[in-house]
Design a protein around this ligand. Structure first.
Ligand SMILES: NC(=O)c1ccc[n+]([C@@H]2O[C@H](COP(=O)([O-])OP(=O)(O)OC[C@H]3O[C@@H](n4cnc5c(N)ncnc54)[C@H](OP(=O)(O)O)[C@@H]3O)[C@@H](O)[C@H]2O)c1
Length: 252
């Protein structure tokens, strides 16, 4: 039977590439976007050309209360209509935003946004989608290399990503009965629109990242998407509760 993956933040960057790589492996795809409806439609078209079914839904991880129920109801209705039952196989918690403020200057608003998008949103979206995940399915949570290597001005972002890594391990332990595997992928600096596209567009940042990366360059979305896609295969069945850093050997 065709497997189905839901990827949050699939309109751009790492999520987009993950969606395409999973479609090339024969999975059907549901992506979410926050505001880039056009980009999301383009991803759906490319996936259709690959030969898989795809659909995009709007979702704001920063507003977990109330809005998630509408999202879940839309997705389950789509699944029922398309496949006969509201079930899917893999959840990729990828959607997110960057943040760069010192502890001294961080506002409560910025703190709350980071917690909501990267932790509370991930936590409750996962909780609400759990009943729909098939046995032997999987969850991949996207964290960051910044939970291992510490830089100033990353406290709100790195701290919530750290929470996601602990969440991953607890969830893997709790989902043993259903044989659902839960893993973290922690990318290094990747050339996407993230943080205003700084890793891609700023030569100084590009050089700084290259100089501390064993493979000598920043990562590309396809360096990460392929690894996430691999985790959504039976070949990765024995990988569970792990944090996999995908950075070309950054700050070893
Ligand atoms: N790029 C890096 O260097 C890097 C490094 C480590 C970890 N990561 C992590 O990798 C993940 C993907 O990052 P990326 O580099 O691919 O970023 P990106 O190119 O900026 O794409 C971000 C994606 O997340 C979605 N998104 C943004 N805010 C959202 C919200 N409030 N609710 C739901 N979705 C939202 C965006 O939707 P719209 O298109 O509609 O805005 C977009 O699809 C993030 O979790 C990020 O923290 C990235």
């Amino acid at each position: 039977m065709t497997k189905i993956a839901i990827i949050t933040g699939g309109s751009r960057g790492i999520g987009r590439d993950t969606a395409l790589q999973l479609a090339r492996k024969g999975l059907d795809i549901i992506i979410t976007y926050k505001s880039s409806e056009e980009e999301a439609s383009e991803v759906v078209s490319v996936i259709s050309e690959i030969g898989s079914k795809a659909r995009a839904f709007q979702l704001d991880l920063g507003k977990p209360i109330g809005t998630f129920d509408v999202f879940i109801s839309n997705v389950s209705e789509y699944l029922k209509k398309t496949y006969g039952e509201a079930k899917f196989d893999y959840l990729i918690n990828n959607g997110g935003i960057g943040g760069h403020t010192s502890v001294a200057e961080a506002s409560e608003e910025e703190f709350d946004l980071m917690v909501n998008v990267h932790f509370k949103g991930v936590y409750f979206l996962t909780q609400k989608l759990l009943p729909f995940i098939n046995n032997k399915g999987g969850i991949v949570n996207i964290s960051s290399g910044l939970t291992r290597r510490t830089f100033p001005n990353t406290s709100t972002y790195a701290t919530v990503k750290g929470a996601v890594e602990v969440f991953t391990r607890v969830l893997a332990a709790e989902l043993n009965e259903k044989k659902i595997r839960v893993n973290t992928v922690a990318p290094g600096a990747i050339q996407t629109d993230f943080n205003g596209g700084v890793t891609r567009d700023d030569p100084k940042m590009n050089q700084a990242v290259s100089s501390i990366t064993a493979l000598g360059r920043p990562g590309l979305p396809e360096d990460v998407g392929g690894v996430i896609a691999f985790l959504c295969t039976d070949n990765a069945y024995w990988i569970n509760g792990q944090r996999l850093e995908v950075s070309g050997g950054m700050a070893l």
